[in-house]
Design a protein around this ligand. Structure first.
Ligand code: IVH
Length: 667
């Protein structure tokens, strides 16, 4: 038997190696479940023997105490920007200028995707991750070490052979599918959504509580260095070295010998940009040779040896007709631009979320403005920018009145928050939003209790909290406009039926801050019954899968709040009796598998298919990668099917999928 110290060292090494193979080489050797098991073993060991815990242990990614603010970091070498080549002509100019300066020598280039994320710098000393910061203005950034530590493609320890001192630079990106999912969850939770994956990456990194960063699927590609104790003769050699140290580089980087190779690279990246699981907004062309770079030098803040070729924007122009303010179930006032209908990428856009007051100010959107719109992450409409030259005279700057447009009460913005909230706890918009969330498909699933009826019930003063719907008489429903006896009878059956929803649905229905469907299920499986949760301490919540300090605190505080306890008590009194969730199956064709759904299924909705896979112990993810186990292919499947075929991932048509579901039925 090895000593605890030996075992801990062995586990750390295995986990670190697994991370490297998974994130850098994209060739995993350990199954996810095995990784989790080893990580837990290490955690337990370190808990028992705290002296064995090292700062670079894979267990130390989260857990730092939230800081009150970000410290400033001065970059030892400024983080420069890139000169832009706006079109083919300017690209030709760039290449010609390079050749002219280097007077006819043979020059080679490296082309890289231009990632649309957030630039960061990480410092490694003796292979150990010491400090990380944002680019900031290029001279001074913000220290975000604790947050960067939570990203699995940030190695805490480099591979042997790394230089003693290394400042490495790269881009933190937010995968597209996860972006759509994050916004969906934020919308559901009544929180402000992100405009695009780039903002989501930035917002996730600038969290004072690292456990929030940890909950976001961020990733990094490394593409440059600052100060180092090593030198390379070419950029390509540098990229290869970074990869050897364990720092993930983009597999699409390529060496190009001349202009025609560069052009071919551009065309290929442009054609394939939507197939990537993350956003790129162009290509960066860099001179490869270090000696060449030195001779080319700099112009102001940009090197003469590199240029960013931006892809033409997939944008359309339209006009802002009105800026509307809606109020969600958490009381947040959200501005939305109603625009003249416009087609972008196959859909008609009429409304564009403007997220919050700061965002409207930053973009300076005014009623009457001509604007460019696009679809962020291929799905969500985004207002890119105002065309100032076309601004009509007299257009007034937007002001978000600190007054709730629904109830007229004061609205307030807490220090440090971007959201302005209605202060009236009885605001009809908030009650209506809460009731609607409560009755939603992913919550208590009360068919017939939709937007309209929720609005009517609140307006008539019949419902003050969700529990009230269980005590309403048929007569009360009948008095509402447009409700006949038959609909009331149906509604009654639905309301009664909802008393027996699963605990996970019930928890989701409560609208606990930071708790969406997935966390609700994790809580339900962990505690098994509501009463066990009601008395739990913050630490007890920390033991739940994927729950970090911030979320644990939020759940605890919600359940400790007397008003919420009373509301829950009233629901139980009304006969609501949540049922235990069945354990996801650990056998069958979906257990532990990662599944992607693409195209339209004829026999079931996407949501039902997802739920069916999850009940059988599988996970449904948005994008196809080497780690995907199965792609379910419906009607009109597009790029995901192509990707699956390219990567050799197994596919199943709907019929096969349904058969597999039959085999994997929960016990
Ligand atoms: S190299 C001096 N490579 O573009 C060159 N930058 O305008 C230093 N970016 O702040 C940067 N992808 O955020 C480089 N493959 C890539 C990049 C890239 C995206 C961003 C980066 C930087 C900005 C420069």
């Amino acid at each position: 038997m090895s000593s605890p110290a030996q075992r801990a060292a062995q586990l750390r090494e295995t986990l670190r190696d697994a991370n490297y193979r998974y994130y850098v080489l994209d060739a995993p050797t350990l199954a996810d479940a095995e990784y989790d098991r080893l990580l837990r073993e290490l955690q337990t060991l370190e808990e028992k023997h705290p002296e064995l815990c090292t700062p670079d242990s894979p267990t130390q990614r989260v857990g730092a105490i939230p800081s009150a603010k970000f410290e400033k970091v001065v970059h030892r070498r400024p983080m420069l920007s890139l000169q832009n080549a706006m079109n083919d002509e300017e690209l030709v100019d760039f290449v010609e200028r390079v050749h002219k300066t280097l007077s006819g020598e043979s020059v080679s280039f490296v082309c890289e995707p231009k990632l649309d994320g957030l630039a960061v710098e990480l410092i490694y000393e003796h292979g150990r991750f010491i400090k990380g910061s944002t680019r900031g203005d290029g001279e001074v950034g913000e220290e975000i070490t604790a947050n960067l530590r939570t990203i699995r493609s940030v190695p805490l320890m480099l591979q042997p052979g790394a230089p003693d001192y290394l400042e490495v630079r790269g881009e933190v990106i937010f995968p597209r599918a996860a972006f759509a999912e994050l916004n969906r969850r934020r919308e559901e939770a009544g929180e402000p959504t992100f405009a695009n994956p780039r903002n989501a990456a930035a917002g996730s990194l600038r969290q004072l509580d690292p456990s929030i960063t940890a909950s976001r699927p961020l990733a990094v590609f490394y593409y440059d260095v600052g100060e180092t104790s090593t030198r390379w003769t070419s950029h390509w050699a540098r990229l290869c070295a970074l990869r050897d140290y364990g720092l993930r580089t983009n597999p699409q980087n390529q060496r190009c010998a001349d202009l025609s190779a560069i052009k071919a690279y551009l065309a290929e990246r442009l054609a394939g940009r939507h197939d990537l699981p993350y956003e790129i907004d162009g290509v960066v062309v860099k001179v490869d040779g270090e000696a060449h770079r030195e001779r080319l030098g700099f112009v102001s803040r940009s090197p003469r040896w590199a240029a960013a070729y931006k892809f033409p924007a997939e944008e359309e122009e339209t006009i802002v007709e009105e800026i509307l303010i809606s109020v969600g179930r958490t009381g947040v006032l959200t501005p939305t631009a109603r625009v003249r209908p416009v087609h972008v990428g196959g859909v008609t856009i009429t409304n564009i979320g403007l997220h919050n007051e700061d965002e409207v100010r930053r973009k300076d959107v005014r009623v009457g403005d001509h604007v460019f719109v696009r679809r962020a992450g291929d799905v969500i409409p985004e207002l890119v920018k105002v065309i100032l030259e076309k601004r009509p005279p007299g257009a007034e700057p937007f002001v978000l009145n600190p007054i709730c447009p629904v109830c007229g009460a004061a609205a307030r913005r807490e220090a440090g928050e971007v959201a302005m909230r209605c202060t009236n706890i009885a605001c009809p918009a908030v009650l209506q939003g809460r009731l609607r969330h409560f009755s939603g498909r992913r919550a208590m699933d009360i068919e017939g209790l939709g937007d309209k009826l929720c609005a009517q019930l609140v307006a008539a003063g019949l419902v003050k909290t969700p529990a009230d719907i269980y005590s309403l008489s048929d007569a009360a429903f009948l008095e509402l406009e447009r409700l006949g006896e038959k609909s009331v009878a149906n509604l009654r059956a639905q309301i009664d039926g909802s008393k027996k929803r699963r605990l996970s649905r019930f928890l989701n229905a409560l609208g606990i801050p930071q708790v969406g469907e997935a966390t609700a299920l994790a809580l339900s499986l962990h505690f098994g019954a509501l009463d066990k949760m009601m008395g739990a301490a913050v630490d007890d919540f920390l033991g739940v899968r994927d729950v970090g300090p911030a979320v644990a605190q939020a759940i605890h505080d919600f359940l400790a709040e007397p008003k919420n306890r009373e509301a829950i008590g009233r629901l139980l009194q009304a006969g609501v009796a949540p049922e235990t969730d069945p354990r996801p199956s650990s056998r069958g064709p979906f257990a532990g598998k990662s599944v992607v759904l693409t195209g339209t299924l004829a026999k079931m909705s996407r949501e039902d298919a997802k739920a069916a896979v999850e009940r059988r112990g599988g996970k449904v993810v948005g994008a196809v990668s080497r780690k995907t186990d199965l792609v379910v292919v419906g009607e009109d499947a597009g790029s995901k099917l192509k990707k699956a075929q390219e990567l050799g991932v197994a596919t199943a048509d709907e019929e096969t999928f349904l058969k597999m579901l039959g085999e994997g039925e929960t016990a």
